[in-house]
Structure formats: C-alpha cells, structure tokens
Design a protein around this ligand. Structure first.
Ligand code: AMP
Length: 421
C-alpha cells in the first residue's frame, strides 16, 4: 500500500486507520461473536465504557513513563477545557467504571469488553492508530485459579478461531511488591554498570522504572539486556508458589506454555502473572493477545484493595490470521434476474421468499440480459433464476446451478427443497 503523508487531504482516511469491508468486516464480527459467547460460558459479563475518559484515568494508572502514555495517547482539551484522552486500552476504563459506579458489593466482577482503542503509533501491518480489542478483566479474585481461568478462556478463543498450532503462549511472573523491590535493586546495580552504553530512553527508565528497560527495542540495549540478572533469583517464596500454581493449572488443562523470563508488559501496573500469545505468522507484530495480573491498580485509582487479572487481544491481528480461511457460513447465494421490467414486482416477491429460507439473494434488474448474467457471475452466485412473463403465468421457475450448468424446473412451492438439496 502506498504510504500517505501526515498532511493527507480531507478525502483520505487518517493515517493508521482503516475502512473495513467484506471478508475483513465479517471476520471482525465473527471474532467478536465467538469471544462474547465464550465469555458468557466463563461468566464474564459484557461491559461497555466510553471511548474517552479524563486524561488522569490513563496518565496516573498506565504510568507516566510507559510508551503508551508518554508518546502515544490522543489527548485533547474539550470545549469546556477538560483534558480528555481517547482510550489506548481497556483495563483503566473498566476499573474506573468499577470504582465510580460503586460496584464493590458485586465482587467478584468479571467483565468482557470489545471496541476501538487509540494509540499514536507508527502504522504498519498489524499496527494501527485506531485498532480494536476484545478483552476480559476479573476483579476481586486473589488466587491463581483466576489467572488460569482467564488464560483458559484466551486459549479456547484462539482454538475456536481455528488457530491451533499457530500460536505459542509465553508466560512469566513479575512477583509481588517485595520480589520486585529486590529485583529493582539488583537491576539498578547491573544497568548502572552499563550506563555508558544505554539508550537515552533507558537512562530515563533507569531513574524512574528500571524494570521497563527489559522491554526496550533498542539494539544496543538488547545486547546489555541479554546478560541482565533474571528475576527468578529475586522472587519471594510466596510469589514463587503463586506462579507454580498457575503453571500447574495450565498443565492440568493441557495448555502448553513457554517460560519466558524476559517477558514484561509495556504497562506499569502488572504484578505476578504476565503472558502473551504470540504468532510468527504476522511478521513483526506477533503479539495476538496479552495480559496478566494487576493487583495494585484498583487501589492506585482510588478504589479498595481489589485484585485484578485480565487480557486483551487485537482484533485486527486475529482477523488477519483468519481472513484467508474465513468462509461465510451462509447458505448458497441466489441471483434473481428480471427478464423484463414488468417482472420486477414478481422477482421481488420471489427474492423475499428465498430470503425467508435463509439464502442470501441479489435481485438483478439493471442492464440487458448479458449484463445481468455477468453480474450473477461476478458475485459468484451458486444459483440463478430468470423470471419473465412466461414464468409469471406458469409459476414454474428455472433454477440454474451455476457451477454445474444443470437447470431444474421447479414450482414456487418446491423452491426451498431444491435449494436445500
Ligand atoms: P497491549 O494493550 O499493548 O498489551 O495490547 C494487547 C493486544 O492488542 C496486542 O497483543 C495486539 O494484538 C493488540 N494491539 C496493541 N496495539 C495495537 C495496535 N497499535 N494496532 C493493532 N493491534 C494492537
């Protein structure tokens, strides 16, 4: 695709946004529908929050040093002078809704959401400025089985979408606060020794949040990160036990995983379990679904001491994975051709009848017969019915199977049976 300039004219879509039609739009709907059906089975209820929030909702919670907040938010002053931010992800809004509506009495709460997110990122295949996520959040569940359930739901979703053998689950633990404080000290010591070679961004992180250096994409940083001390050596016994229970839950469900000690999340509020389902089929944008436990977030946002665990998946990336194999589940497409204008009303009646059987119908009325047949070919209709005055008076229709060329004469009453056979 040809790259558009930042000053694209009014008639072009904004850079990093997409117009979706046909199979891509159907794939979106399919993903949404499978995800919401599965969520119900796991007792996650649908939650719809606004697509913009007061900027503090994201700035305070995602951490000022995270890339999402420091570089990627769409933040603006509204006409009343309030600073608002288009949501870059779903968790902060869900937690804000939980707190501001006082849903504490309903704990535990399990939410499923779906909708657009906005990040000012460098667009490429699988990465957009407006993209869509489906996600789940479980609030008020402290034990590792909640992590396992949420992972199991994610795993079921990918399998249900037909992605067996096309992804790998990477998992890690960020431990509890004490483990992280131990690790932070160890990391600061290590990176301080290599300060001279660190990127500018990572020098800032070294002051504010050294853990996030591990997430750096800078090639120079990556060299240093390779030999960084591993987190497992700083884990407290409790945090280690928590993680072992998550892993044993996965084993009992026969969900394969890959321990990835370098996996950290781009956002600052995670603790204990973090995970990503990764594919190699989409080039650089391999993360299909990512999440983890965020026990400190509700408190940080002014709510009670309520734990949380959840994940989000990128719908565009899932859609790219399934688009080629995504076949519409619909019944055969029927083209109804009016042989003359006086037959149009009757054609409308027959089209309506055939649609009531659940078959999609395109009524073709414009152009000469040659043009009408061309259209029937172009839309790849499986059956074609031509209706003129003869058919109107005899009530006998000729149904042509476009693949085999076989023509069957059938009465209006017999249409349904013929289309089903
Ligand atoms: P995150 O909220 O960054 O953990 O992202 C969760 C998932 O959302 C990722 O695994 C991707 O599938 C998807 N995602 C994140 N950012 C983008 C983007 N800019 N464009 C498309 N998908 C994205």
């Amino acid at each position: 695709m040809h790259a558009m300039s930042e000053n694209s004219s009014k008639s072009q879509a904004v850079r990093g946004t997409q117009d979706l039609r046909g199979s891509m739009a159907s794939a979106f709907r399919h993903i949404d529908s499978i995800a919401s059906q599965l969520s119900e089975l796991y007792r996650f209820e649908e939650l719809k929050t606004p697509i913009f929030e007061h900027s503090e909702v994201f700035h305070r919670t995602l951490g000022e040093t995270s890339d999402v907040v420091s570089k990627e938010t769409y933040t603006f002053l509204d006409r009343g002078g309030d600073s608002l931010t288009l949501r870059p992800e779903g968790t902060a809004g869900a937690v804000r809704a939980f707190i501001s509506n006082g849903w504490t009495q309903d704990l535990p709460c399990r939410f499923f959401y779906s909708g657009p997110m906005f990040r000012y990122e460098r667009p490429q295949k699988g990465r957009y400025r407006q993209f869509h996520q489906i996600g789940v959040e479980a609030l008020g569940l402290n034990d590792p089985s909640a992590d396992v359930e949420s992972l199991s739901l994610a795993h079921d979703l990918l399998l249900k979408l037909g992605l067996k053998n096309r992804f790998k689950l990477h998992i890690n633990t960020l431990g509890d606060l004490e483990s992280r404080q131990n690790y932070r000290k160890t990391l600061v010591d290590y990176f301080t020794q290599h300060k001279a070679k660190l990127s500018q961004d990572s020098l800032v992180r070294l002051e504010k949040n050294p853990l996030r250096i591990l997430d750096s994409k800078d090639p120079g940083d990556r060299e240093i990160i390779k030999n960084a001390p591993q987190f497992s050596s700083s884990l407290t016994p409790q945090a280690s036990e928590f993680f072992q229970q998550v892993l044993s839950g996965l084993k009992s469900l026969e969900i394969e995983y890959h321990l990835d000690p370098l996996l950290v999340r781009g956002l600052d509020y995670y603790s204990h379990t973090v995970f990503e389902f990764i594919t190699t089929d989409l080039g650089a944008q391999g993360a299909l679904l990512a999440g983890g436990r965020y026990d400190g977030l509700v408190k940080l946002m002014g709510g009670g001491d309520v734990s949380g665990v959840g994940w989000a998946a990128g719908v565009e990336r899932l859609a790219l994975m399934i688009e080629s194999q995504f076949a519409s589940q619909q019944k055969p497409l029927v083209a109804v051709l009016a042989a003359e204008d006086s037959a149009i009303n009757y054609c409308q009646k027959i089209s309506h009848l055939v649609r009531s059987f659940g078959n999609p119908v395109e009524l073709i009325t414009s152009g000469n017969m040659g043009k009408k047949f061309k259209r029937a070919d172009k839309i790849k209709s499986q059956f074609c019915v031509v209706i003129g005055s003869k058919e109107m008076s005899s009530k006998i229709l000729t149904l042509k199977n476009m693949a085999t060329g076989v023509q069957i004469e059938v009465g209006v009453e017999g249409l349904k049976k013929t289309l089903e056979s």
